[in-house]
Write a protein that binds this ligand. Sequence first.
Ligand code: SF4
Length: 255
Amino acid sequence: MSRLLGLQNGIIYGPIDSRRLGSSLGINLLPVEYKACPFNCAYCQYGYTPARGYKSVWGGDDMPPVAEVAEALRIGLGKYPDVSYITFSGNGEPTLHPQFGEVVDEVRKIKEELTVGAKLAILSNSALVSRAEIREALGKLDVCFMKLDAGDETMFRRYNRPHKDIKYDEVIEGLKQLGEITIQALFAGGEHGNYNDLHIKNWARKIDELKPSECHIYSLDRGTPDGKLTQIDKNGLIRLTEIAAGYTDVPIKVF
Ligand code: SF4
């Protein structure tokens, strides 16, 4: 496996060609010098979350103002008007931006002004979905890919290592109140992984409660900060879908 990934060094990055989204222009609303995320996942491609970025509410000024995001997007769409998606992702959790709702409104306005047909998407870890204002902003996007790797609080604490203010049950309740979503989940083996039959059953039961339109599952394809994780191969992921099918009829796609 390749090593950890470097951080994005600006607001707009890509376009990236992905199997799920086709060509996607990324928007990074987060600091460029460090990862900012309320999670500290054992597998994070950017390495462990540093103390200054491990927050559930942002009070600092290291994130770009709305006007700066708007300007960067105009330039990006000027160069790449034919992308299929404009995707909030980047150096951590996009909804941590203190004006996330305003940013979403501005991005949609620019997309319409420039008559760009791209859909608006987000790759979110779901940490802040218990907040009504975050759900309202997410509801204005075309596609929400929301992370749920854990089927219970114990696995959540061990694998995603959320900030103490983020509670598993509140994340689940928040996800239930969102409109149509796709769940994304990363499965890893090894001593610190989430790939075991008992956990897969718990996860599948939770998916059945949430009823997303579908789930996308995948495994490691980069180095991880935690050395006690292993990659699950395609057959292992297919086996997971077979176990999960005993507990939910939500479609689960392997990537
Ligand atoms: S949610 Fe994403 S960015 Fe945050 S620690 Fe986990 S993998 Fe890294």
